[in-house]
Design a protein around this ligand. Structure first.
Ligand code: SF4
Length: 365
């Protein structure tokens, strides 16, 4: 059931100021409310002690503050943690917390399911239920922060969970505003990465939000293979995608693009593929992450053996490109790339994969 009240976490600071003013309250009170929500993690308007009583009463009676409920927290043997979260309308999404020596990275979801039907991805097998609201995206960060020890913080946020972020552009850019707002979560933009499978028209509008990082899921070096792995490629083939990344003003950002390349045995793991990659990405400041495929129960692909992965990365490295062969994190709890929602949401009705690939909303392209 849809909540009819406005939700405090759906508003950026500017939007909340305007809304407070419209309702007859001082706009600077919005800054105080944001501070309570994001700095102090308060989940009840009654606790916002520096607000005047009429505003507190109004908020309690007219607004919502809590969005996601933690349904399950799973911990992998490598320390990766998967938060299974429920929305007000009982949809289930997942966020993944990846602790490393000097940082805690949180991978957030932007949609319930995903319409893009990438053939190696468990989320893609679900189809799209709906976009997440801004508040449901930023609340993943608050819920994850709550499971960390008090002295630790979330240092990095990557929009690489369930869904294609650029199909939910407005909520994603508003979430980035809240993550980077000094009165809200105060993160540096360079600590935030938004990933796309190549929704070309939305890339420039996304990057107008600030100097965040862009990640592009490439996964293939020919259109023939990419059409199969990432059906969106039929609309935006490799040369169109890379041409857009080579054009101004993207180049003038002087920030590398992070390319993700999931290695699948006998599909895209040949040394010819490895040799093609530096040529394809020539002229784009790039960092390449090579990730062996994470198997999941719906998967039709398998990861290559370690020797093949090493040889693949070596060829790229020798060509002078920055390449990292990433290890799988959290695969034992289905928290790794391509595995999200493999268990929690399975069983819901899904459309056949072939038809879902044509399911992009017209406004998105
Ligand atoms: S890889 Fe990303 S864009 Fe493709 S189906 Fe999965 S969630 Fe969607």
């Amino acid at each position: 059931m849809k909540s009819l009240r406005p939700h405090i976490k759906d508003y950026t600071r500017d939007a909340l100021r305007a809304e407070f003013k419209r309702r007859g309250f001082s706009s600077y009170r919005a800054d105080q409310v944001l501070s309570w929500v994001y700095r102090h993690g308060v989940e009840d308007f009654c606790e916002m002690k520096n607000l005047p009583i009429p505003l507190r009463t109004h908020l309690e009676e007219e607004w919502d503050i809590r969005s996601l409920v933690e349904r399950k927290l799973e911990t992998s043997i490598d320390g990766t943690r998967k938060l299974v979260l429920e929305t007000h309308d009982k949809e289930v999404i997942e966020a993944v917390l990846i602790p490393e020596e000097r940082r805690n990275t949180l991978c957030v979801s932007t949609q319930v399911g995903c319409p893009l039907a990438c053939s190696f991805c468990a989320t893609g097998a679900l189809g799209l239920t709906r976009n997440l609201r801004t508040g449901e995206i930023v609340d993943q960060v608050l819920r994850a922060r709550a499971v960390l020890p008090e002295e630790e913080v979330i240092t990095n946020v990557v929009f690489m969970g369930m869904g294609e972020p650029l199909l939910n552009l407005s909520a994603v850019t508003q979430s980035v505003s809240l993550l980077t707002d000094p009165k809200a979560l105060a993160m540096a933009p360079r600590r935030i990465t938004v990933s796309t499978s190549g929704l070309v028209p939305q890339i420039r509008p996304l990057l107008e939000v600030g100097p965040i990082n862009l990640a592009v899921s490439l996964h293939a070096t020919t259109d023939e293979v990419r059409d199969e792995l990432v059906p969106l490629n039929r609309r935006f083939p490799i040369d169109v995608l890379l041409g857009a990344l080579r054009s101004e003003p993207l180049l003038s950002r002087k920030r590398p693009v992070f390319f993700e390349y999931t290695l699948m045995r006998d599909v895209n793991d040949s040394l010819e593929d490895a040799a093609r990659l530096p040529r394809l990405l020539n002229g784009i400041p790039s960092k390449l992450n090579v990730i062996p495929m994470n198997p999941h129960p719906d998967a039709v692909y398998q990861p290559p053996d370690r020797k093949t992965c090493d040889a693949f990365a070596q060829v790229i490295h020798r060509a002078g490109m920055r390449v990292t062969l990433r290890r799988n994190r959290g695969s034992d709890i289905d928290a790794a790339c391509g595995q999200l929602a493999a268990r929690e949401v399975r069983g819901k009705a899904t459309a056949p994969r072939a038809s879902r690939s044509e399911n992009l909303p017209p406004s998105s392209v």
